[in-house]
Design a protein around this ligand. Structure first.
Ligand SMILES: NC(=O)c1ccc[n+]([C@@H]2O[C@H](COP(=O)([O-])OP(=O)(O)OC[C@H]3O[C@@H](n4cnc5c(N)ncnc54)[C@H](OP(=O)(O)O)[C@@H]3O)[C@@H](O)[C@H]2O)c1
Length: 337
C-alpha cells in the first residue's frame, strides 16, 4: 500500500483510509463480527487510517474500533492512526439535535472518546461541522490545548469553507480537511481545494462512492428506512434514475479497463492529487477487497477524459444532503465552496 502525507503538518497515511461509519447503523444494520474482521483485514492489507465520529451509533463505532484494535498486537496495531470527529449532538432515539464545539465540550468529548477507543491519544481530532455559535479559533484553540497536553496529535477540519479553513489554519496547523469529494460531488474544486493547497492542508475525501450510489452495486429499493440513503436527495425518485445512468456510463469504462465501477470511482479521486486520501466506507471484507484494488488501477489522461465525458462535472441529479443538513455545511453556505 502506497502512502501519502496529509498536508505539511500531518502524518503519513495509507493511500486509502477506512471509514467506519457504516458499521454503526448509518446505512442500515451491519454485522459486528464482520465489521471487526473488516477493520482487521484493512490493517492487514496496509491501511493505516481509520476514520470515525463519536456520534456514529452514539459511541458504538468508537467502541467497535477499540475492540478491533485491542485484539491486535504488534506493528499493524501500532501503525493504525485514528481520526475522530466530534460535535454532533444526538438524542437517545438517534435524532440529530445540533452541534456543540465549545472548548469545554471539545475537551469533554475527547475524554469520553479516549475511554471508548481504549487509546491514550487520538491521531487526528476534528469538529464534524462548524458550530455557528462558536468562533472556529476557539474550537481549534481547544484542540491545540489537547495537542500540547499529548492527548491529540493533529488538528483536522470537516465540511468547512475557505474562510473558516484559513481562520483555523491561522490558529494552529491543520493536517487535513475531511470533505465529500467524488465524481458526482465536485464542489470543492472551485475554492476549497485551492485554499487547502495554498495552506498546505491535505484532503481526506469521503463519499467517494456517493454512499454506494456510484459503486456499481447499489440498486433501487436497496435502502431501509433507517438508512441515510432513504432520505438522501440523490437516491430519491426523479433523481436516482439519472444518477444510475451515470453509473452505467462509468461501467463501460470500467469494463474496458478490466476494473469495477467502484475501483474506477475511487481511483479517480486518488488521481486528483497527491494531497488527497480517499476514505472508503466498506463494512464487509468483500467490499474492502474490491476497494483495495483501486490503487492498482492507473488512469491515463485518455481514461480521465473518457470518465469526464461519461460523468461531467455537475452531472448529478439532487444535492448531496437533504436541505436541513445542507444548512449545517459551512463548505456550502460559508464560502460558496
Ligand atoms: N466528515 C463528514 O461529514 C463525513 C460524512 C460521511 C462520511 N464520513 C466518513 O467517510 C467514510 C466513508 O464515507 P461513506 O461511507 O459515506 O462513503 P462511500 O464509501 O461513498 O460509501 C459507502 C457505501 O458504499 C457501498 N460500497 C459498495 N461497494 C463498495 C466498495 N467496494 N468499497 C466500499 N464501499 C462500497 C458500501 O456498501 P454496503 O452498503 O454494501 O456495505 C457503503 O454502503 C465514513 O465511514 C465516515 O468515516 C465523513
Amino acid at each position: 500500500m502506497k502512502h501519502r502525507k496529509l498536508g505539511t503538518a500531518g502524518p503519513d497515511v495509507s493511500l486509502i483510509g477506512l471509514g467506519c461509519m457504516g458499521m454503526s447503523g448509518m446505512y442500515g444494520p451491519s454485522e459486528r463480527t464482520e465489521s471487526i474482521a473488516t477493520i482487521h483485514a484493512a490493517l492487514e492489507a496496509g491501511i493505516t487510517l481509520l476514520d470515525t465520529g463519536d456520534f456514529y451509533g452514539m459511541g458504538h463505532n468508537e467502541m467497535l474500533i477499540g475492540e478491533a484494535l485491542k485484539a491486535l498486537k504488534g506493528s499493524r496495531r501500532d501503525a493504525a492512526l485514528v481520526s475522530v470527529k466530534f460535535g454532533a449532538l444526538r438524542d437517545p432515539a438517534g435524532g440529530w439535535i445540533g452541534y456543540d464545539a465549545r472548548p469545554a465540550a471539545v475537551k469533554t468529548f475527547l475524554a469520553y472518546s479516549l475511554q471508548r477507543l481504549g487509546l491514550d491519544h487520538i491521531d487526528i481530532y476534528r469538529p464534524a461541522r462548524l458550530d455557528p455559535d462558536v468562533p472556529i479559533e476557539d474550537t481549534v484553540g481547544a484542540i491545540a490545548d489537547l495537542v500540547k497536553a499529548g492527548h491529540v496529535r493533529h488538528v483536522g477540519l470537516s465540511e468547512v469553507g475557505s474562510e473558516t479553513i484559513s481562520r483555523a489554519a491561522a490558529t494552529h496547523p491543520v493536517s487535513d480537511l475531511q470533505i465529500e469529494y467524488s465524481l458526482i460531488s465536485r464542489g470543492i474544486e472551485d475554492s476549497i481545494l485551492p485554499t487547502c493547497r495554498a495552506l498546505g492542508i491535505g484532503i481526506t475525501a469521503y463519499g467517494v462512492l456517493s454512499r454506494g450510489l456510484i459503486s456499481g452495486h447499489w440498486q433501487k429499493g436497496g435502502s431501509g428506512s433507517t438508512d441515510f440513503r432513504s432520505h438522501s436527495p440523490r437516491f430519491q425518485e426523479g433523481n436516482v434514475d439519472k444518477n444510475l445512468a451515470l453509473v452505467e456510463a462509468l461501467r463501460k469504462i470500467a469494463a474496458a479497463k478490466g476494473a469495477t465501477v467502484a475501483q474506477i470511482a475511487i481511483a479517480w479521486v486518488a488521481a486528483q492529487g497527491e494531497d488527497i486520501v480517499p476514505l472508503v466506507g466498506a463494512r464487509r471484507r468483500e467490499r474492502l477487497a474490491e476497494a483495495l484494488g483501486a490503487p492498482g488501477v492507473s488512469l491515463s489522461a485518455q481514461d480521465l477524459a473518457a470518465i469526464e465525458q461519461a460523468v461531467p462535472k455537475g452531472a448529478a441529479a439532487g444535492e448531496r444532503y437533504a436541505a436541513a443538513q445542507m444548512a449545517h455545511l459551512d463548505s456550502e453556505v460559508g464560502s460558496h465552496g
